[in-house]
Design a protein around this ligand. Structure first.
Ligand code: FES
Length: 124
């Protein structure tokens, strides 16, 4: 019984994340068993998903801008600083976030995001 409970707890900290792309020709990517505690930027980069990050992930640009379509409750809250940089992003919407600031909280669930067309950015 203990083992089953323990295993369930471990499995319970995993996310399924679907990445959609506005860039023409890219099909959605679904990642399973993604651990909490990482940012959506880190998750994208470690899975070879292109997401610009010109400031290196320190909330000082807006190139990691993305749209959270589902599962926003599983992501750390928006800070004032992040909101300021979202205002400078291309085509911000109500569900806009910065990928480097979207840390998955210690739960489990499903998240779906859409990445803007990355060909519009220069740099990393
Ligand atoms: S990488 Fe610059 S704000 Fe996220």
């Amino acid at each position: 019984m203990f083992c089953i409970t323990f295993a369930a707890k471990l499995i319970g900290k995993m996310y399924t994340i679907k990445f959609n792309f506005e860039q023409k020709g890219l099909e959605p990517v679904v990642l399973n068993n993604v651990e909490a505690g990482q940012s959506l930027l880190e998750i994208a980069l470690t899975n070879d998903i292109e997401l610009h990050h010109n400031c290196g992930g320190v909330c000082a640009c807006s190139t990691c801008h993305l749209y959270v379509e589902k599962g926003a409750d599983h992501i750390e809250e928006l800070s004032d600083k992040e909101e300021d940089f979202i205002d400078r992003a291309v085509n911000p919407r109500l569900n806009s976030r910065l990928g480097c600031q979207c840390i998955l909280i210690d739960e489990s669930g499903q998240i779906e995001v859409t990445l803007p067309d990355q060909t519009q950015f220069l740099g990393e």
